[in-house]
Design a protein around this ligand. Structure first.
Ligand code: SF4
Ligand code: SF4
Length: 187
């Protein structure tokens, strides 16, 4: 078992997670209920209760490097099971966004997918599945791995070739611009 040097506790990380999530992470007493119900635990390198403990201990680098943040399905089972009413799913979400902002989100294909999806929203004002798929395939080199899904998606009209346009496209794009400026201001 790895020993954690408490002198390495990053207090501002704890404060930032609590401010952004609106949760008091010190209330977690490590009962493990969240992990017991987590459907993604089989894929995690750190169970969700361990993530909570590491946040309490201010272990920013370990938390942000965890693959669990990328694999979390935001199903909110952990939140529903927590006896202390901690919105654990939101805490996970906050850490995932933090990892992404700092370029540390683990699991490259997940990072590539999130980046591709957001790029289409920024460009077209809403999601554009074919565009997301194209960018994801180009970024990862996975050119044929999911091609077998295309016929079923096309027959259900889930994969339009052209993006739907919306009126407020520029306003959506401005939100992304403001976000980027905000991130730079924080640094
Ligand atoms: S929200 Fe994430 S961490 Fe919580 S139970 Fe679902 S998959 Fe697991
Ligand atoms: S269910 Fe709540 S109190 Fe229990 S380990 Fe998870 S976060 Fe902590």
């Amino acid at each position: 078992m790895k020993t954690i040097d408490l002198a390495s506790s990053n207090r501002s990380f704890i404060q930032q997670v609590e401010e952004e999530s609106g949760q008091d992470v010190s209330r977690c007493y490590q009962c493990g209920n969240c992990t017991a119900g987590c459907p993604m635990n089989f894929a995690y390198d750190l169970p969700v209760n361990r993530i909570m403990r590491l946040i309490q201990l201010g272990q920013k680098d370990t938390v942000l490097a965890s693959k669990s943040l990328a694999y979390c399905a935001t199903c909110e089972t952990c939140t529903a099971r927590c006896p202390n009413d901690i919105d654990v799913a939101t805490v996970m979400d906050v850490c995932r966004h933090m990892a992404r902002r700092e370029g540390k989100l683990a699991v490259w294909p997940v990072r590539a997918f999130v980046g591709s999806f957001l790029k289409t929203v920024e460009t077209f004002g809403r999601s554009y599945e074919a565009g997301t798929m194209g960018m994801f395939m180009a970024a990862t080199g996975r050119l044929i791995s999911d091609v077998d899904l295309a016929p079923a998606m096309l027959s259900r009209r889930k994969l339009p070739f052209m993006p739907h346009s919306i009126k407020a496209r520029d306003e959506v794009s401005a939100i992304f611009k403001r976000f980027r400026e905000g991130v730079h201001e924080q640094k």
